[in-house]
Design a protein around this ligand. Structure first.
Ligand code: URA
Length: 242
């Protein structure tokens, strides 16, 4: 059984207003718990079990939210920023009340799969350097990517002067003056993909994350759009914390 919580706290956590607002609604008799009007704020309820109705709306309580965003270029992967639009600015207030944060960072100019959640344990597991969660990127590269690069990447390359990356999987889709590839890496160092290509004398001109482990970006999401993860997708993410 879940922990019992004060009714005013539950309602305010679910976005029905400040603690002061919801105390007012409770006083006015607008809130019922299991069919009974409750007039005390301090009454404790199990928010998962009790049927709580506020002004005719049934409260569907949950602790965590899990969103998948197709992050657009020009938006930063943080919760707030003095200058730039953040990924959190792009989501509705109804989700923002859960105080979500991006799990991991994509550069401002990188697009693609970003998980946004308030589940700190999941974030810790997915981001822990020990877990080696695979991240796959679609990359457009200035320069001709060849077999030699596949071999070099598969051994790991030196970035930062003396750090050798873990082996990465490079798959060439098109090799030309501008090449198109997939790169799968198991780490998340700052600007890692860009610096790995710099290490083989090429530069990234477009970068998009398309998968984290077995979780793939939903191609129906346009840039800047997001949706809740399906239950099986949450399980996929949780299954990565091995
Ligand atoms: N590697 C990069 O260089 N940038 C990103 O945003 C993600 C991975």
């Amino acid at each position: 059984m879940a922990k019992k919580e004060r009714l005013d706290k539950v309602l305010s956590n679910m976005g029905y207003g400040s603690r002061k607002d919801v105390k007012g609604y409770i006083k006015q008799g607008l809130v019922t718990v299991d069919g009974e009007v409750v007039k005390s704020n301090s009454v404790k309820v199990d928010p998962y079990e009790a049927e709580i109705i506020i002004d005719g709306n049934t409260v569907e309580y949950r602790e965590y939210i899990y969103l998948m965003m197709n992050k657009p270029d020009g938006v930063v992967s943080s919760t707030d920023d003095p200058r730039d639009t953040t990924v959190i600015d792009l989501i509705e207030e109804g989700y923002r009340i859960f105080e979500p944060f991006p799990i991991g960072r994509l550069d401002k100019d990188t697009e693609g799969l970003l998980i946004i959640s308030n589940d700190g344990k999941l974030a810790h597991n997915l981001l822990s350097p020990k877990k080696h969660v695979e991240k796959t990127y679609y990359v457009e590269v200035d320069g001709r990517v060849g077999e030699n690069d596949i071999n070099t990447m598969s051994e790991g390359v030196i970035i930062d002067g003396d750090y050798k990356t873990m082996p990465a999987k490079l798959e060439i889709l098109e090799s030309n003056n501008i090449s198109k590839v997939y790169l799968t890496i198991k780490e998340g160092k700052f600007h890692q993909v860009k610096r790995m290509f710099e290490a083989v004398d090429k530069s990234v001109i477009y970068l998009k994350r398309i998968a984290m482990g077995n979780l793939e970006l939903d191609e129906d999401l346009n840039l800047g759009e997001y949706r809740e993860l399906e239950e099986f997708e949450i399980e996929l993410l949780k299954g990565m914390d091995v």
